[in-house]
Design a protein around this ligand. Structure first.
Ligand code: NJP
Length: 263
């Protein structure tokens, strides 16, 4: 995996879950992880851990991706202090699973600010330099929920559908350049995500047997950094569900609606 040696890899949402695991993975491969999130205490500990274990100099910047001004300032600092960014992993995100009639507008607005506007804002900061250098890779963590919406996650699914729409359009826009654009669409992963998303614990209980480990997802995303492709769907069989849904949406709503009601 020597392809990642010396690469500068910016990871949003690096203080926990798959972002943290991917930071460790890329450091093991000799890349320099640049960690972004709001929890400075966690980022400090992760950087120390990486720098003690591997021959790289991981660094972090505190950032709330929903704050467009902060995004501009932090990326300007990264470019000043590090010089260039090879890979941007837009991974920061969260969900709150509620029925529409019970969901708070504050939660919905916040999900859009972080999951959608955060991705767009960070992408806009790296694109000019990547296009000028004619190299780079932007990876957006969407979700299987961005392909197949399920009950009790309308707002979260809407944000991830938006991330996929943005990603697919961006890929076409930059296609003349040597800049890769990928989407990662996981099913449920065992992370702290569900502490906020699934307060009742029903969903975690119902999908326990399908849960992906954060290590497995991190390994696949690390491989995606080495061999870019348009989409990474995990587990692959879950993607067949969305293919079938697109072919027979009306039938699927009626027949599968109940099966997909796990929350
Ligand atoms: O979740 P978790 P995951 N500004 O909670 C950060 C998607 N996904 O690793 O700011 C900046 O362990 C937060 O950092 P902090 C999911 O939608 C997941 O599972 O310090 N950062 C933390 O580092 C998300 O896009 C599942 O609180 C902000 C990280 O985000 C991605 O995977 C399934 C932030 C969240 O780590 C990683 O989630 C799926 C902000 N405003 C897609 N708000 C799943 N787990 O089942 C949060 O399909 N963060």
């Amino acid at each position: 995996m020597k392809e990642l040696i010396g690469k500068n890899i910016v990871i949003t949402g690096a203080s926990s879950g798959i972002g943290e695991k991917i930071a460790l993975n890329v450091a093991l491969q000799g890349a320099r992880p640049i960690l972004l999130a709001r929890s400075e205490d966690k980022l400090t500990a992760i950087c120390e851990n990486i720098n003690n274990q591997f021959h790289v100099q991981a660094i972090y910047y505190s950032l709330d991706v929903s704050d467009a001004n902060q995004v501009k300032e932090v990326f300007a600092k990264i470019y000043r202090e590090v010089g260039f960014i090879d890979i941007l992993l837009n991974n920061a995100g969260f969900g709150v699973f509620d029925m529409v009639h019970e969901a708070s507008m504050t939660d919905i607005d916040r999900m859009f600010q972080v999951n959608v506007m955060g991705v767009i804002a960070c992408t806009k900061e790296v694109l000019p330099s990547m296009l000028e250098r004619n190299r780079g890779h932007i990876i957006n963590v969407a979700s299987q929920a961005g392909k197949l919406a399920t009950p009790k996650s309308s707002a979260y699914a809407a944000t991830k559908h938006a991330v996929l729409g943005f990603t697919n359009s961006l890929r076409m826009e930059v296609s003349p350049a040597n800049v890769n654009i990928s989407a990662v669409n996981p099913g449920p992963i065992e992370t702290a995500f569900f502490t906020t998303a699934d307060k009742s614990g029903n969903y975690v209980k119902n999908v326990q047997k399908y849960m992906l480990s954060s290590e497995k997802v991190a390994d696949k995303v690390t491989k995606l950094m080495i061999r870019p492709k348009r989409e990474l769907n995990l587990p692959i069989w879950m993607n067949w569900g969305s293919v079938l849904y697109n072919l027979f949406p009306g039938i699927a709503d009626k027949l599968v609606g109940g099966i997909l009601n796990k929350k």
